[in-house]
Design a protein around this ligand. Structure first.
Ligand code: NAD
Length: 491
């Protein structure tokens, strides 16, 4: 381990702290394959300290009026805006997301998400129930207390801002366990919390592996609610663990989203949309990637040719370079997983329509400094059978499968032939067909003539094995609140 590497610390009770056990984990720059920073390898003892700090902070934070909580969140959003450039660069270095995305979308979007959640701080009213007679019966919503938030690595800051501001707006205090593979940006941003006037302990961040720090957070008896974002497999494990204390649980999980291209679609717009939703959007490391392209047979050749043109024009390279469209896969294990699907596709009988190269061969221009990076070329397989593993399993990389269909009914049947239900969409100029597609696709969000569009004010959430809640929008506030009924008799 090189002493000169930056070391990012946990944030507990308003102070920067290494892990109590003294352990560190390496964080790798996926563009070079070289370790560039260290993060704490925290364990149950660090989680216990963070939960205790959050418990201590809860009475004060909860006692603040909604207006005062909102004011603190506004100050936090402002501080995020002032430090956006540094934070965006840190995240880009850490997980390979192109700077254009972190600086152009995640950071400004994150600050606006905090502002939006601040505006919800006083929207916790319940209802009055009229029973006749003299009883006064009403419901209202209360914060849980200490909530645990577990984050993935693909867009850590954007999710940190969204989840933590929602939890705080509702009056909770928070312990966050970001993903060990990419948490430097979140840890770097913690210094802004108390600067913005949030009480020490209102937000605590503990870095470490899922098995040690993540499980300890889910199992901690003082954590009243866990909000988990990550893969469906880990979501299942977290669900099992939460059964121990019957801890309330929200899940935002994986996807294998179908993008249907009908023969009446604007094929250029559809090709642009698909390229953005599976290649440039986080190099396919996006829960709402358009990973299955269902294309009507009469336009199959034409559409895939246009998508190939777009893919060939994309520049794969250093995330911070202004001309880069696609960065690397975020870390070595995920890279190996994506490569295993590149091998699996042809073995399962899929045709490689374009792409398939990896390592330095996938770079748009040779660069010795990037030769050990985790590069994957934008890739398209064509297959007839939606039952193939490449059509059913979340690859989480710039790899799509195109499946031809002939009738609208067939398209919907294939679209829904998946365990996931996060999102889906269709490209068509026919308004009646658009309405039918919205009704027929069994997913939390259905896009028409667009894809992978998210906004803090628009509810978003999965069905089936993709999760159980709306995030974003007003309804998301309820995820951070628990219902209470008051039944008052005059005596
Ligand atoms: P992951 O499930 O491997 O890890 C997510 C988090 O869970 C990490 O912080 C990890 O350390 C932690 N974890 C791992 N094992 C744990 C355990 N046993 N107990 C408690 N915590 C544990 O997911 P990932 O690879 O980091 O992220 C990619 C996945 O996240 C994809 O499936 C993607 O679709 C999904 N995702 C979903 C959404 C959404 O909004 N639905 C958003 C982003 C990412």
């Amino acid at each position: 381990m090189t002493a000169a590497l930056p070391a990012y610390s946990n944030h507990i009770g308003g102070a920067s702290r290494p892990a109590i056990g003294g352990g560190w984990l390496d964080s790798t720059d996926p563009a070079t394959g070289r370790v560039w920073a260290r993060v704490p390898d925290s364990g149950p003892e660090d989680v216990a300290e963070a939960v205790a700090a959050a418990r201590r902070a809860f009475p004060e934070w909860r006692a603040h009026s909604p207006a005062r909580r909102a004011a603190a969140l506004h100050r936090w959003a402002q501080a995020v805006g002032e430090h956006a450039e540094d934070l965006a660069r840190t995240e880009s270095r850490d997980n390979g997301r192109v700077l254009r995305e972190t600086r152009g979308a995640d950071l400004p979007g994150g600050a606006l998400h905090i502002e939006y959640n601040a505006s919800l701080a006083d929207k916790t009213a319940g209802e009055t129930v009229d029973l006749g007679g003299t009883a006064s019966v009403s419901t209202f919503y209360e914060p849980y207390g200490v909530v645990g938030v577990i984050l993935p690595w693909n867009a850590p800051l954007a999710m940190f801002f969204a989840k933590v501001s929602g939890a705080l707006a509702a009056g909770n205090t928070v312990v966050v366990k970001p993903a060990e593979q990419a948490c430097c940006s979140v840890l770097a941003g913690c210094a802004l919390l108390e600067e913005a006037g949030l009480p020490p302990g209102a937000v605590n961040v503990v870095a470490g592996t899922g098995e040690r720090a993540g499980e300890a957070l889910v199992l901690h008896p003082d954590v009243a609610k866990v909000h988990f974002t990550g893969s469906t497999a880990t979501g299942r494990r977290v669900t099992e663990l939460s059964a121990e204390g019957l801890t309330d649980l929200s899940l935002e999980l994986g996807g294998k989203s179908p993008c249907i291209v009908f023969d009446d679609a604007d094929l250029d717009a559809a090709a642009d949309g698909a390229a953005g939703a599976i290649y440039t959007g986080g190099a396919g490391q996006s829960c709402v990637a358009a990973s299955r392209l269902l294309v009507q047979d009469s336009v199959f050749e034409e559409f895939t040719a246009r998508l190939r043109d777009r893919a060939r024009a994309l520049r794969v390279g250093a995330p911070a370079s202004p001309g880069t469209d696609m960065g690397p896969i975020a870390f070595a294990e995920q890279y190996r997983k994506v490569l295993s699907y590149l091998e699996l596709g042809p073995k399962e009988g899929a045709e490689t329509v374009f792409g398939g190269r990896h390592g330095p061969d996938a770079l748009s221009e040779p660069d010795p400094d990037l030769s050990e990076g985790y590069w994957v070329e934008p890739t398209l397989f064509a297959a007839e059978d939606n039952g193939l593993r490449i059509c059913q399993e979340e690859i989480f990389g710039p790899v799509a499968v195109a499946l031809p269909f002939s009738t609208e009914e067939e398209a919907y049947a294939v679209a829904n032939d998946t365990g996931y239900g996060l999102a889906g969409g269709a490209w068509t100029r026919d308004l009646a067909r658009a309405r039918r597609a919205v009704a027929a696709i069994d997913a939390g969000t259905v896009w028409i003539n667009t894809f992978r569009r998210l906004h803090w004010a628009v509810p978003f959430g999965g069905r089936k094995q993709s999760g159980n809640l709306p995030s974003n929008g007003r309804d998301a506030l309820r995820e951070w609140l628990t219902l209470k009924t008051a039944w008052i008799e005059p005596g």
